[in-house]
Structure formats: C-alpha cells, structure tokens
Design a protein around this ligand. Structure first.
Ligand code: NZQ
Ligand code: ZN
Length: 396
C-alpha cells in the first residue's frame, strides 16, 4: 500500500429539506455577504433559489445573485463573478446547482484571492495560494465537485478546458437533498451516473497492485451504481435510488477510493478524464456522455498492459465468470459497454454526435498532450501518439 493523505473537510448534510440549512451554515462558516451563484434557470423554475435566498435572509445574511453558468462553465462568467463579488464586498460563495455552478464558484473563489487573471491557475502558470470560502446546494448527482478538490473551467476564446486541483477550494459544506435531483432529465441523469462510475474507475484502474480495503470499497460502489443507475432511469422519483446515486457521487470523488493506490502524477489513472476534457472543450458535449464514448477505445487499448486488473473488475463488478484472465477482461469491457447502452449513453464519439476528421484527431491529441509536453495515464502511460490512437479507436 502506498502512503496517502485522505482529507475531506466538507461538512455534508444529507436528506430532505437540507437546502433550508444554507443560511445557518454560511453564518457558521463566517460568511456575511454571499454571492448566490446558479445556472440557466432550473433552480428558478423549481423554486429552490427562492428557498435558499429566504434561508439566507432568515439567518441575517446579505446576498447578491449571479446566474447564467452554462454546462462546461466559462471563464468569462468567472471573471464577471469576481468583479461583481469585489464590488459588492462578498466574502462567501454559495453555489446552487450542478458541478458547473460549483466549479464556477470555486474559480471565483480563487480569483477573489488573487490580483492577476484567474485563468493563470487553469493554465498552470502558478498554483493558487488561497480561495474564498465556497458552499453548495447540489441539484445534480454527477461530478462529485461538492466534495472534490477540483474546479474545471473552459476558456471559450481557445476551446481549452482545464482543471485546477487544490484542497483550498473544497466546499466548506454541501447540502445534499436527493429530491432536488428528481427533475434532472434522463440524458443528464445517465451522464451523471457514467461520470460517478468513471471517478471510481479512474482510481481503480491505476495499475495491477491491490489495496484490498480500497478495492473492495470501489467494487462495492461500482456494483451499487450499476443497480441504482438502472433504477433512477426507470423511475426518476425513486427517492432511495436517487439518494444512493447522490451519495455514491460524493464518495466516488472525495478521495476515498484512491487511498493507498498509486498513479502517475496523481493518485489514479485519469486518462479518460483528460481525453474527455478536450472533447467537451472543443465540442461542448456533456462530460459524462463523453466519458462513456471513450470507454471502449481507452479500455481496449490499455487492457493488455494490465489484464489481471481488468479481469478482477470483470468478475467482481460485472459478474463475469470466465476463468481465463484475458477472456474475462474482454468480457468485462463488453459488459460495461452494454450497460452504458442500456442507460442511454453513447459508446463511441460518433454516437456522441461528433464526426471526427483525421485533422481533428491530431488536434485533440495535440491539445490533450499540452502541445506535446505531457503524458497521461498510469495503468498505461499515454504519449501524444497513444492519445490519438485512443481517440481513433473511440471515434466509431
Ligand atoms: O443550468 P441549469 O438550468 O441549472 O440546468 C442544468 C444544466 O443544463 C441542468 N440541471 C442541473 N440540476 C438540475 C438540472 N435540470 C433539472 N433539474 C435539476 N435539478 O443540468 C445541466 C448540466 O448541469 P452541469 O452542472 O453542467 O452538470 P454536471 O454536474 O455534470 O457538471 C459538469 C461539469 O463539471 C465538470 C465537467 O467537466 C463539466 O464541466 N467536472 C467537475 C469535476 C469536479 N469539479 O470535481 C469533476 C468531473 O470529472 C468533471 O470534470
Ligand atoms: Zn468526471
């Protein structure tokens, strides 16, 4: 087992009615003036924004609103938020929405604590040294941003989508009411499930070593997600299934399933995420669906480097009974692909709605390798030429 740090400082309050706790918690964490940050309107339509605003007022907390965050959140909105928050003397950022809104709030938090342009952090010119406090009311189970150390932002001027990972941006609190996710449309629900599963897989497929407690947690989470994803797709108002998916979303990306694992740079493999971020940066596709589209291309390319790991996944998660490792590994890859289809996810980039030309394959690989300056992955390290090959295999 490798040495590890496990740090999950977020106070989670889970269940029906927890959104109303926002005002009290902002006060508990020292906020006096809030930027109430949200997306394109779902929280207005549902009445959630009014409820959260009322809870702030009841707790004596002043606030200013900023909506309009789009999926694959843009740096222009982040800059607008930083300016507004400075002008208004905001000292706490409250995200009400999905991962995009939370990530945008985290980015505003970095920007408020920095004199230069916030994109500097996302270009990795320098690491953030501070972040204004962030809390969230989650409305979509997917990214795990409510407990993760990540913020992912797109620069619409150049189509680059980049992430910053730092404990500084972790939410002070996360209010998780599964009922808020009842209205998430089917495609978005399935994309969220694919994303949650991928966050566990990225840490599970780090290499061939085993860390039994961590592996068992990961396999349990994956099995639960297979079952619960099917249930939420059948009945979007199944409270227990929505609750299970929501909690699995947080557990899949708060570091738990990486404890003791290794990796190349970061704990885990993360190649699929890096490959997907270029796709959604360039084509504005839904992140979880993009991950689903890459699965077969990536797994079939890297599996021969770690057939035992893939065979274990096949047997312990997908219920494959093959005794030969190579055969089991292949059957596991096919079984997960079939699952993705079953919940309505694309399993190739073409099915995602993107027809890739050879030039675009080159461009994606060039961008993903940061212009030829980095490799990605850990179960098999991928150079720029390997990235192109994975995109080609996933093209469909
Ligand atoms: O904007 P509104 O009107 O709110 O609609 C949103 C949006 O159109 C809608 N939605 C959210 N909650 C809803 C709802 N519709 C009805 N009822 C509700 N309760 O869903 C759409 C998608 O929302 P978005 O926040 O974009 O989705 P998600 O949570 O999947 O976030 C995706 C973003 O997070 C990044 C992704 O790359 C992508 O940019 N990620 C962030 C991570 C992190 N910070 O740790 C990790 C992930 O790997 C990921 O990269
Ligand atoms: Zn993800």
């Amino acid at each position: 087992m490798n040495n590890f740090k496990y740090y999950t400082p977020t106070q989670v309050e889970f269940g029906r009615g927890t959104a109303e706790r926002a005002g009290e918690l902002v006060r508990q964490f020292g906020g006096t003036k809030v930027l109430l940050h949200f997306g394109g309107g779902s929280v207005k339509r549902s009445g959630l924004l009014d409820r959260v605003a009322a809870s702030l007022s009841n707790a004596g907390i002043a606030y200013v609103e900023l909506g309009g965050v789009v999926p694959n959140p843009r740096v222009s909105k982040v800059r607008e938020g930083i300016e507004l928050a400075r002008r208004e003397g905001v000292d706490f950022l409250l995200a009400v929405g999905g991962g995009s809104v939370i990530d945008s709030a985290k980015a505003i938090g970095y920007g408020l604590a920095y004199d230069g342009d916030v994109w500097d952090f996302y270009e990795h010119k320098l690491a953030p040294k501070a972040c204004a406090p962030v809390g969230c009311v989650l409305t979509l189970a997917a990214t795990g941003s409510e407990m993760s150390d990540s913020s992912v932002i797109t620069n619409e001027e150049n189509g680059k989508k980049r992430g910053v990972n730092s404990d500084l941006c972790r939410c002070r609190f996360a209010l998780l009411d599964p009922e808020l996710t009842f209205t998430v449309p089917p495609y978005q629900t399935a994309s969220g499930c694919a994303d949650i599963i991928s966050h566990t897989m990225e840490r599970y497929f780090w290499g061939e070593g085993t860390v039994e407690p961590t592996d068992s947690v990961a396999e349990g989470l994956l099995r639960a997600m297979l079952e619960m994803s099917r249930r939420v797709m059948q009945d979007p108002q199944d409270y227990d299934a929505r609750a299970a998916v929501m909690w699995a979303g947080s557990l899949s990306h708060n570091g738990l399933t990486g404890c003791g694992n290794g990796g190349h740079g970061r704990v885990g493999d993360w190649a699929c995420h890096q490959l997907e971020h270029e796709l959604s940066g360039m084509f504005d596709v839904t992140h979880g669906a993009g991950l689903a589209a890459i699965w077969e291309g990536w797994s079939s390319y890297v599996m021969p480097s770690a057939p035992k790991r893939f065979a274990r996944f096949a047997r312990n998660v997908m219920g494959v009974t093959e005794t030969d490792d190579m055969q089991a590994a292949k059957a596991g890859i096919a079984a997960y692909k079939a699952f993705l289809h079953e919940i309505g996810m694309p399993t190739s980039i073409r099915e995602l709605g993107v027809e890739l030309s050879d030039e675009q394959l080159d461009k994606l690989a060039y961008n993903c390798s940061f212009e030829g300056t980095r490799s990605i992955g850990s179960i098999r390290v991928l150079e720029q030429k390997d990235m192109r090959e994975v995109y080609r295999l996933a093209r469909g």
